[in-house]
Every structure is written in C-alpha cells, then in structure tokens.
Design a binder for this molecule. Structure first.
Ligand code: PRP
Ligand code: URA
Length: 207
C-alpha cells in the first residue's frame, strides 16, 4: 500500500526542495520538516490506550501510546536527516543504521554498514530514505531488516519513482510506503525526474 501525503504544507516544502537555488541549510531544514509531516501520517495507526491521570481540574483516562515499541532505521547517508528529525517526535524510539550506496554504473546497492537495535524483532520499524529511485537500496534494506527478525516495517521516503514503488511492491508486498510525491520516471542514470537531484549531496553539500 502506498500513501501519498498531499497536504499543502508538504507539497509547498517539497517544491522548495526541488528548486536548484535552494542551498544546503534550507534544504536540510526543509527535509527535516517534511520528514516530521510524513511521520505524522506514517504513525497515524500507532496504538493508544486510556491511561489514568489527574489534570489540574479532574481525574480521568486519557490516551497514551501503547503496543509495540518503535525503531527508526536510516539508510545512510541521506536517511539520517529523516531519523534525526523524527526521533524528536518519538524520543523513546531506538535508531538503527543501514549503510548502502548505489553503484553509479550498475545502480545496484552496495552494503557497507549495518547496526540495528538487538530487539528489532519486537519493534515497529520505520525505515527512512528520502529517495526511492530504482528501489534497489530500500529493497535490500528491508531484506536485511527481515533477516534480523523485523516483521512490521513501513518505508518513508520524500520522493519516489514509479519504478521504485513497483520494486518494493514486488519484493516486499507487506511493506507500506509513505511518500510526499511520486514523480514521473527515472532518467538513464537512475535519477528521479523531475526530482530534486542527489539528496545526499544536497543535504551534506558534497557537490
Ligand atoms: C541515494 C538515496 C537512496 C538511493 C536511492 O543514495 O539516498 O539511498 O540513492 O536509489 P535506489 O532506489 O535506486 O537504490 P546514494 O547511493 O546516492 O548514497 P548516499 O545516501 O550515501 O549519498
Ligand atoms: N538518489 C538520489 O539522491 N536522487 C535520485 O534522484 C535518485 C537516487
């Protein structure tokens, strides 16, 4: 299942991210803000249960989070900007990191790091990567999460290509995807069009 967060705030901020004139500082801020808004939607189905407490006026039962604990997992390096933002909303979440880069010729993901919470199997996992292009990186990350025992995984990306969505739906049909937009297509170099360029480079100023 794919959820596209069409909220005007998200779309406005995404357009600013697309603008080639947007510099590193503003790009980072926008990526963090969009990530928070995506998380708000991705976490809509978190369980709550009534919890007794006293307000300054009365006693009562009020909803608080319950159910499985959470894990945020970033696909390095660009996914870090998203987990760093989202952890502010869910400060008790554990954070994992999966290091993958896309070989520029083959476009295949190359794994270089993996550090996940030991109890990942008991947690709801929110996997973050701003760009879902060919889908190779996200699919490999989901496979390694599943190999570690994770059974509840949502993928959060800022931008997706139809090709990447199709790969996740084929390889991991049980994984829900939350995105801000699905663009037109990939170009010959595997870049999303119209896109926003190389997310990692724009976040870290490496180009
Ligand atoms: C980018 C992006 C994704 C991946 C998406 O990472 O952040 O991880 O490409 O492409 P895919 O869907 O075709 O696999 P990149 O390989 O540039 O590494 P970086 O984050 O370290 O810059
Ligand atoms: N990775 C990016 O950062 N941008 C794209 O358009 C595709 C992959």
């Amino acid at each position: 299942m794919v959820t596209v967060v069409t909220h005007p705030l998200v779309q406005h901020k995404l357009s600013l991210m697309r603008d080639e004139r947007t510099g590193v500082k503003e790009f980072r801020e926008l990526a963090a803000e969009v990530s928070l808004l995506l998380a708000y939607e991705a976490m809509r189905d978190l369980e709550t249960e009534p919890h007794p407490l006293n307000t300054p006026l009365v006693s009562g039962d009020f909803p608080m989070l319950t159910g499985k604990k959470l894990a945020l997992v970033a696909i390095l390096r660009a996914g870090l900007i998203m987990t760093d933002a989202i952890v502010q909303l869910v400060p008790a979440a554990k954070v994992g990191h999966i290091g993958l880069y896309r070989d520029p010729q083959s476009l295949q993901p190359v794994a270089y790091y993996n550090k996940l919470p030991a109890d990942i199997a008991e947690r709801r996992v929110f996997l973050t990567d701003p760009m879902l292009a060919t889908g190779g990186s996200a699919s490999a990350a989901i496979s390694s999460l599943q190999a570690a025992g994770a059974t509840s995984i949502k993928l959060m990306s800022i931008l997706a290509a139809p090709e990447g969505i199709a790969v996740i739906e084929r390889d991991h049909p049980e994984v829900e995807i939350v995105v801000a937009a699905i663009d037109s297509h990939l170009n010959d170099h595997g870049y999303i069009v119209p896109g926003l360029g190389d997310a990692g480079d724009r976040i870290y100023g490496t180009k």
